[in-house]
Design a protein around this ligand. Sequence first.
Ligand code: G1P
Length: 297
Amino acid sequence: MKEEVRKAIFPLAGHGTRFLPMTKASPKEMLPLVDKPVVQYVVEEAVASGIGEIIMITGRGKRAIEDHFDISYELEDVLMKKGKLALLEEVRKISDLAEIVYTRQKESKGLGHAVLCGRQLIGSEPFAVALGDEVIDGPEPALSQLVSVFHRVNGPVIGVQRVPKADVPFYGIAAGQQLEEGLIRIDSLVEKPSVEDAPSDLAVIGRYVLTADIFEILETQQPGVGGEIQLTDALRTLSGKRPIYAYEVKGHRYDTGDKLGFLKATVQFGLKNPDLGGVFREYLERILSLSDGAEGR
Ligand code: G1P
């Protein structure tokens, strides 16, 4: 019987150290791409992939995320009284997007530990994991691509993309037997290997479709790289017990938790925006053509 993937875990408790000082008091997941916070794009991706229940694993300093997806009566009242009905609609839509529950990861013990915090709320069904600071802009929602593969192979699927060799130490890296274009059965999975030790250039991006048997492994998983309980290590153990797969997700990935990644995403989403794209393009072309380095206005 085909088991639906109805739930997703969003691990959101990270400190965002790559984006300090901005992240000192504000969550990196609330950085805007034009006019929506990054995490909203990821929630919309999950919903567009048929996933309507989201378990957000938060921590200190992440209250703004809860407020964003909550109903804001006061704001709605103001917009209503001012007759700003389009904005009212937009604001209401956010609180109706998905069923969201929140639980806290009380200690920073890594991604594997964050996923384990969602155990009771997931139960025994398959579930997705999505990192809330990675936006994937593609022809089909990234999680939807993974859910389709999950149903075909009937086993856990990790989203991957190729990265330049020099970048492999920043990622989990997967390798294995190619079953078809873009799909491999994993036989090697390493968290943040050195360039020399990396088994391939296939990097784990922040999207997974997993089965509940990962929780038992996470329960006893010893800390790995960075002294943290790594999801990658638990998945490697799982691959010794049952086949697990990696699928090359189609789409452009932006790591908005990284300063340069965020700037790139801002430019791309600015250019794509129906209201601002035209003038923004003109502006960029103008400043790039100013050879004297003077600021365009
Ligand atoms: C996490 C995972 C890593 C993955 C990466 C994707 O690392 O542990 O396997 O490649 O996300 O962004 P982090 O960037 O949280 O250190």
